[in-house]
Design a binder for this molecule. Structure first.
Ligand code: GCV
Length: 679
């Protein structure tokens, strides 16, 4: 080989022309580790050692000083807050009052470097908006994951405590890099076995690995544990033997894991046991557990996801059950409320408990895993959905009382404030099944830290770190991410439609689904109510009255078909097919155009992605490309299924300028996916 050829080859190798295959396993943490930065500290600890190592091997700028101190400026920030000052070329100082703050500061610096963001001068002050930023794993002890679409659980219970998967540390690092500081290891549909001594030994090992990364371990517990594990006759929270059982269990846990975070509880919900089994309230149950954890500083996260079959509108039930209990919970209890009043639908209004319960700490629960948004097959960036939720005005203290202000301590200064996201993490080599699903994990952490960040900023950071710095890639891909949620809503459930999924899984459409004897509130018809006159759920004061759970003037706005936001129209109203929308189309036509827009948009995504081929490695390119093909086919499936079915009621033609259905309704009705689960 002559010199010129060698030179050209080398040039190619080092240029963007050579893009090593990537499997996505490194997530957004792809910085080269060849740096030899000078890093000094005034204190030593396992956490600070990690911060030093990260910077030493990746930071390409001037020397960094990590300073643990408690000066006036720092004491004005929350515990994990930090201040970065100096100059990237001359010297940088990171100050914090806590070790974890320094670790977060280190990751902040690396993020600036890897996103090529900002000038050399640094003057950054950061303080997290939520104190507790948690992932919830719906991971079962047998390794399966409820609503998990990225393979089996990363927690290898059968191998623990002896064998330690390298993934535990990688997981801890990824979370720390985005500020997540707690994790609930097991499913809220909790096996009592998690509290056996054998399992607690395993949990201890995981806790020990996560601790230096600033991450506390929490567990979901089964309310019947005293009966099932302890052999007591029942688990009545007012029964002294039951209380003692929990106190003993708490003692056992804290002997093993002194910084154990606490319990997450799903009680009297979807068949889970709870205090109501004994005629007690949610507050009785939560407070009993809280008392057991209190001596150790542990907390109880008590879920408000409750609904029972019957005549009451499901969307109203959590509010009806929890509002009377407002102010009755202990200081170390926080009620965990899903963003919407039903269940993580593609689009929901915010739950009226936010801004409703003023005397109880509430924490939002978001769903990172895409149970209702195409699993790990569809590219759906969730930050725009979460931002809509965060910014929703509850009006509880007048205009501007956003959901975030009701939960982050601004309006109601409770002793706890927190946020949880249901994880989308599994054993898949790329962690989340779809490469772009990693962006949702990333976005959850970033928003939990700072809900004021925009979806745009988060998408850009993530893309730059995960793929490339080139604008030719960043600009179109960012737009695609930002459009993706609205797109999915359009091809699945536009205009406020919800829960028209297939029976047993939540992937495809089955608005016609009718299972004799099934719970009505697990059937799509309950939600869409399509008939010859129109479609939608009447939740006005003439219907279920759910609008009344919101504060004025939102209540009146939602109640009036003319002022209700069109994106939520069919959530709150049963609307005639001929109703005139703001753009003067009829409701039926608008529904058709929305479904069609969703389909066309995914086709556009395919075109955009195909143009990205030269910017990134082949492996990730092909993976995403093939997922987009699925998404495109699924979008057509959704559109045809919903429009052909609803057309049997509207009796109107699909507007002639949009794409014709390519499926027969009868054939679509025969599709049965093999995915087992209740609704
Ligand atoms: C963990 C929905 C999901 C269930 C989930 C439940 C919950 O109903 O489909 O899988 O159970 O919500 O959040 O408790």
């Amino acid at each position: 080989m002559n010199r010129t050829v060698l030179y050209i080859l080398l040039l190619f190798w080092f240029s963007e022309g050579y893009l090593k295959a990537e499997d996505g396993g490194r997530l957004w943490l792809r910085a080269e580790t060849t740096a030899t930065a000078q890093v000094t500290t005034n204190r030593k600890s396992p956490t600070i050692t990690i911060a030093v190592e990260e910077l030493k091997t990746q930071w390409k700028g001037a020397p960094v000083q990590l300073v643990l101190k408690r000066d006036k400026e720092l004491l004005g920030l929350k515990k994990d807050g930090y201040i970065i000052s100096g100059d990237k070329q001359k010297g940088v100082t990171v100050r914090s009052a806590s070790d974890t703050g320094l670790l977060y500061g280190a990751y902040h610096l690396l993020r600036l470097q890897e996103t090529q963001n900002g000038s050399d001068r640094l003057q950054i002050t950061e303080s997290p908006k939520y104190d507790l930023r948690l992932l919830n794993h719906w991971d079962n002890l047998n390794g399966t994951i409820e609503r998990g679409y990225a393979g089996h659980s990363i927690w290898k219970w059968d191998e623990l405590p002896e064998k330690i998967s390298p993934r535990y540390k990688e997981y801890a690092r990824a979370n720390a890099s985005i500020g997540i500081n707690g994790t609930v290891l097991n499913n809220v549909n909790a096996s009592p076995a998690i509290l056996t001594s054998d399992y607690l030994q395993k949990v201890k090992v995981v806790a020990d690995i996560l601790r230096p990364y600033g991450i506390k371990v929490y567990l979901s517990v089964n309310f019947s544990s005293p009966q099932i594990l302890g052999g007591l006759p029942g688990s009545d929270p007012l029964e002294p033997t039951v209380q003692q059982w929990w106190r003993d269990k708490a003692g056992e846990i804290y002997r093993l894991i002194p910084d154990f975070g606490g319990f997450l509880v799903k009680a009297n919900s979807e068949g889970q046991p709870g205090p109501q089994d004994y005629g007690r309230t949610h507050a009785d149950g939560a407070n009993m557990l809280a008392d057991a954890l209190k001596p150790y500083g542990g907390i109880v996260m008590w879920r408000a996801f409750v609904y029972n079959p019957g005549n009451e509108d499901r969307a109203r039930q959590a509010y009806m059950e929890f509002m009377p209990l407002d102010g009755k919970f202990r200081e170390n209890v926080i009620v965990q409320v899903k963003n919407g009043p039903v269940d993580f639908q593609p689009r929901e209004p915010f739950s009226p408990l936010f801004g409703g319960m003023e005397h109880t700490a509430l924490m939002p629960e978001l769903q990172v895993t895409q149970e209702y948004l195409g699993f790990s097959n569809h590219l759906v960036f969730l930050a725009p959905q979460w931002k809509e939720f965060f910014d929703s005005d509850t009006y509880c203290k007048g205009e501007g009382s956003t959901v975030t202000k009701t939960t982050d301590g601004t309006l109601f200064p409770h002793s706890l404030n927190a946020i949880a996201g249901v994880a989308n993490i599994g054993q898949d080599i790329n962690w989340c099944g779809h490469h772009f699903a990693q962006a949702n994990w990333y976005a959850f952490g970033r928003l939990a830290w700072n809900h004021a960040l925009t979806a745009d900023e988060i998408a850009e950071e993530w893309l730059r770190m995960t793929f490339t710095q080139q604008d030719g890639f960043i600009i179109p891909m960012k737009q695609m991410m930002l459009d993706s949620w609205k797109t999915a809503v359009n091809y699945m459930m536009p205009l406020g439609l919800h829960h028209i999924f297939a029976w047993e899984h939540h992937y495809g459409p089955e608005p016609w689904c009718d299972i004799p004897g099934a719970r009505p509130d697990w059937l799509p018809r309950y939600y869409h109510n399509a008939d010859e006159k129109g479609i939608g759920f009447d939740r006005t004061i003439h219907g279920s009255g759910a609008v009344s759970q919101y504060h004025s003037p939102l209540r009146e706005q939602l109640n009036d078909i003319e002022t209700c936001p069109e994106d939520l129209l069919l959530w709150f109203h049963h609307v005639p097919w001929d109703y005139r929308m703001k753009n003067s189309r009829t409701l039926w036509d608008e529904l058709c155009y929305r479904y069609d827009a969703g389909v066309q948009q995914v086709r556009e995504f395919q075109k955009i992605w195909d143009r990205m081929e030269s910017y990134i490695d082949k492996e990730r390119f092909s993976h995403v490309q093939s997922r987009l093909k699925i998404q495109s086919r699924d979008a057509v499936w959704w559109k045809d299924a919903c429009l052909l079915y609803f057309q049997t009621y509207s009796g109107k033609p699909i507007p002639y300028d949009i794409e014709r259905p390519v499926h027969e309704l009868d054939n679509l009705k025969k599709i049965k996916l093999d995915m087992k689960h209740h609704n």
